[in-house]
Write a protein that binds this ligand. Structure first.
Ligand SMILES: [Zn+2]
Ligand SMILES: [Zn+2]
Length: 227
């Protein structure tokens, strides 16, 4: 009976050292880029003083009210997200969501969780929606309902990562529809990475249009430097 625990041991996804029964060894885990202490509560970009809004959210408040990010989107966290998103490294689920689950212990709970929809073409290319896997894990851990088919991505937009900020905004115009009843609901959108926030903005607009009262974003990684 000694065999089974040995079989379950994993090599660290980043450095290939023994990681016990988790995806990362303790050294790589402590290297992951945490979020700064003071961030804008709406968009999670760094600000100088705790609890203050950034200039951009003051001037043009987005359609979502709050953003929680587990990590800053820098090396080596970007490699983990890539491995999870494109290379089926599902053993990373706990690592990628742990800071969110911790933060959500002291946070008002939404009524439901909604994964960032993936267009059916992209789903066929990739085989799975990484945001759905994250949302399922969070819904299970936090005992919250999951809305899987509430919203659709109606256009197969160009990959956001390759576009400039203005192109990202144009790219997503009218990209989402929501036909479920979300009237007066507080919804948390789950996504792997928030870069400019334009996907979250357009999905939040569609949710608000469908009657949602509050929308917040839960992301694994927040890009802290905008292009
Ligand atoms: Zn390691
Ligand atoms: Zn902000």
């Amino acid at each position: 009976m000694q065999l089974l625990p040995a079989l379950w041991r994993q090599n660290c996804v980043l450095c290939a050292d023994d990681a016990g029964n988790t995806a990362l060894c303790p050294a790589c885990w402590s290297d992951l880029s945490r979020m700064p202490d003071t961030t804008c509560p709406i968009c999670a970009l760094p600000v100088n003083e705790s609890g203050t809004l950034c200039g951009s959210c003051l001037k043009h408040p987005p359609a979502y009210e709050r953003t929680l990010a587990a990590y800053a989107f820098t090396f080596p966290l970007d490699r983990l997200v890539h491995a999870f998103k494109y290379h089926h490294q599902f053993s990373l689920l706990d690592t990628l969501t742990a800071p969110l689950i911790e933060a959500l212990q002291h946070h008002p709970r939404p009524d439901a969780i909604l994964p960032m929809p993936l267009h059916p073409w992209r789903l066929r290319e990739r085989g799975y929606n990484q945001s759905l896997l994250l949302a399922q894990h969070l819904a299970h851990q936090l005992k919250l309902p999951l809305l899987i088919h509430a919203c659709q991505r109606t256009r197969a937009t160009a990959e956001q990562a390759r576009l400039s900020r203005q192109q990202r905004l144009d790219n997503l115009r009218g990209a989402f529809t929501c036909d479920a009843n979300v009237q007066d609901l507080h919804i948390a959108i789950v996504d792997d990475v928030m870069t400019s926030g334009s996907s979250a903005q357009h999905l939040a607009q569609a949710l608000k249009h469908a009657g949602a009262s509050t929308v917040e974003c839960w992301v694994v990684a927040r890009a802290l430097h905008m292009r």
